[in-house]
Write a protein that binds this ligand. Structure first.
Ligand code: B12
Ligand code: SF4
Ligand code: SF4
Length: 363
């Protein structure tokens, strides 16, 4: 990450005219409130149908209830220089096994205007620490991206990042500075713009942030705080040109939710706009799996560490006229295929509280 090209502005347009979003507009909250139809609301309320996702979600719920707390009455005798504190906080994240940690400013437009219950949100912290955790490359090799392990992969990252964020926020409060963890179940911030500003990646065709080493294969927890920190700068590794030529996620999305066309500017920022209803419905109702991450799986940036892939990353940044060749090679080598030898999990479906083979008898 340290060797990536840092730039003063993100590679996609971000203006200061962005309006705050109400959390009740998020696809899952709309599904829960019946906005996507009774079948989707019913399936969503029944809970996760794969036991490992349900176990991960249980742990994240436990952690989400521990996101906030009061700060210590006095400040600890530590340096107050933002540079030293930023290094300290990032190393703390890596100490707890985060895959990537970045720091951004917290613009007010990235804070929800209202929470899921409709209460106005106030959050005056000036910094956001983003904590990324990989959804596991080997497991992704063994899966189709939208089968039974998909949601559990999400919760591997959620529960781990939530754990790190709760410890980090509690520690900062013990130093005498206010801090709040933002977990999967208890977040007051919209996360993709914070990732963009913290320079952990660029905006990609699915409308979320892609990291050059993890691709889209990660989840995030955030800590917001008043601790004086030094924000990282955005990055440019050639993704805008690459995503314009590559449409693998759009072609591979089982819900046809990812746009094959160009970016648009809406609400004061540029992005590819996902068809939110299609993705949300597919993930909740998926008849042959538990949720979906097929876009993560088919993306050419979904790769393990290695020299060959370092070379490809260098080529995207320095020889963009070869992007088409790299995209073709990715398909020829068959990276998006499922590798059955890597499949370690059992396919199971919870039907009315009884675990059964998927597609089995419904009570
Ligand atoms: C609800 C939700 C969904 C729903 C509905 C999305 C929606 N728009 O309502 C659905 C089911 C589609 C979904 C799917 C997935 N999600 Co989701 N999702 C969320 C969640 C919980 C809330 C997002 C939200 O508030 N949306 C409502 C409003 C804000 O939506 P919007 O106006 O359309 O804005 C979207 C983008 O334009 C962008 N955005 C918003 N403001 C701004 C401002 C700027 C300047 C920019 C550049 C972008 C940007 O963020 C929004 C993402 O939904 C976030 C967590 C979080 N707190 O951010 C995770 C989150 C966005 N999801 C994530 C992921 C990884 C996925 C999946 C890949 C699932 C998986 N298997 O892991 C898919 C990918 C689908 C896709 N192409 O986006 C990650 C993305 C990390 C990243 N790489 O950026 C997040 C941050 C979860 C996390 N904590 O890690 N998700
Ligand atoms: S998560 Fe699945 S349905 Fe949603 S955009 Fe990605 S591939 Fe499409
Ligand atoms: S599959 Fe291609 S277009 Fe989609 S995010 Fe990855 S690089 Fe971009």
């Amino acid at each position: 990450m340290e060797r990536l090209k840092r730039v003063d502005w993100p590679t996609t347009l971000v203006t200061d005219e962005i309006k705050r979003v109400d959390q009740r507009e998020d696809g899952f909250v709309r599904a829960l409130r019946g906005g996507l139809g009774p079948a989707v609301a019913g399936a969503f309320c029944r809970g996760y149908k794969y036991p490992l996702s349900a176990a991960g979600a249980e742990m994240s719920a436990y952690l989400g209830a521990r996101a906030e707390g009061d700060k210590a009455a006095s400040k600890a005798p530590i340096p107050e220089e933002p540079e030293a504190l930023s290094r300290h906080i990032k190393r703390l994240g890596y100490f707890y096994r985060a895959d990537i940690v970045g720091i951004s400013e917290l613009p007010q437009w990235a804070v929800y205007s209202h929470d899921k219950e409709g209460n106005p949100v106030e959050l005056s912290h000036q910094s956001a620490i983003v904590i990324l955790v990989d959804q596991d490359y080997r497991t992704m090799r063994g899966s189709t991206g939208n089968d039974w392990i998909s949601n559990a992969q999400g919760y591997l990252s959620y529960s781990t990042a939530d754990f790190i964020s709760c410890i980090m926020a509690s520690y900062i409060r013990r130093l005498g500075y206010s801090a709040r963890a933002h977990t999967v179940d208890n977040s007051r911030v919209v996360i993709p713009p914070l990732l963009l500003l913290a320079g952990v990646g660029e905006i990609s065709r699915p409308g979320i942030v892609l990291n050059p080493f993890l691709g889209l294969r990660f989840k995030v927890a955030v800590v917001t705080t008043e601790l004086p920190l030094l924000p990282d700068k955005p990055v440019d590794f050639g993704l805008q040109e690459f995503c314009r030529k590559c449409q693998k996620c759009a072609a591979g999305c089982p819900a046809r939710a990812i746009p094959p066309g160009d970016t648009v500017v809406l609400n004061g920022y540029e992005n590819w706009r996902l068809d939110v209803e299609r993705c949300t419905k597919f993930r909740i109702l998926n008849p042959n799996g538990d949720y979906c991450g097929r876009c993560i799986k088919v993306c050419p940036w979904n790769k393990p560490a290695g020299r060959l892939h370092d070379m490809a990353r260098w080529m995207v940044a320095h020889t963009p006229w070869l992007d088409g060749f790299l995209i073709k090679m990715d398909s020829i080598i068959g990276y998006e295929e499922q590798d059955q030898a890597e499949k370690w999990w059992f396919d199971l479906e919870d039907i009315d509280g009884v675990l059964q083979p998927p597609g089995g008898r419904r009570a």
